[in-house]
Design a protein around this ligand. Structure first.
Ligand code: G3P
Length: 214
């Protein structure tokens, strides 16, 4: 199972605070390939031994682009993957397809977010490495996706059976029970933000959840 921590753009998780949080995570989890941090593009220069994905990027090669984040330059920043179509940063299906293909060409993993089963059906043929099911109404809240939507997770597991895409679930995940339930339902990864970033003791929370991520 994999544990993706999306740092989003909270005061607690950008700039110097992002660097500090990453250092603290590294101290405990350096070398653990199950843990992946998902960074805001502005924090691209933070050097880390942890696996890192970027929160979004575009299907562009290096070149004359201003204000864009080309997938073609992500290797230069040591990214190992790209997140696409997060509920807070949606893109068209055409762009998802192009981005997944380009990421694969560059040797990068792709994690595509979907707000429901219909979206999963639309994107499955692009063959991303991961599809993250996140019901938007639960993002940032206290009720986890595994508590509120167990049957949808079960259906998503069935949809992905026999494909190359692995199911990740996210929204409202905050503790070991949420992780355990997600795993039991068949998810192969969790995607967490506020439960870690907004916690007064992020490392304690990560440690607790990582105990279930085996
Ligand atoms: O990308 C992770 C995310 O959208 C879930 O956020 O705050 O509910 O863990 P949160």
């Amino acid at each position: 199972m994999l544990f993706f921590i999306n740092l989003k753009a909270y005061d607690e998780s950008t700039g110097k605070k992002a660097a500090e949080l990453i250092r603290n995570i590294e101290r405990k989890f350096s070398g653990n390939s199950s843990l992946i941090v998902v960074l805001n593009p502005l924090d691209s220069m933070i050097g880390t031994t942890l696996q890192k994905y970027i929160q979004t990027a575009e299907p562009l090669a290096a070149g004359p682009f201003t204000g864009h984040i080309p997938i073609g330059i992500l290797r230069e920043y040591n990214y190992s993957g790209v997140m696409l179509n997060h509920s807070e940063c949606r893109i068209s299906n055409d762009k998802i397809g192009e981005s997944v293909a380009m990421a694969a060409k560059m040797g990068l993993k792709s994690l595509v977010c979907a707000d429901g089963l219909e979206k999963i059906r639309e994107i499955i043929h692009f063959k991303p490495d991961f599809i993250a099911y996140e019901p938007p109404e639960l993002i940032g809240g206290n009720i986890s996706v595994s508590t509120a939507k167990p049957e949808i997770i079960g259906e998503a597991v069935q949809l992905l059976k026999g494909t190359k895409s692995r199911l990740v679930v996210g929204a409202g995940i905050k503790n070991r029970i949420d992780v355990r339930m997600s795993k039991k339902l068949g998810a192969e990864g969790i995607l967490v933000s506020s439960g870690v970033v907004k916690s007064p003791e992020p490392i304690k929370v990560i440690t607790e959840m990582m105990e279930e991520v085996v």
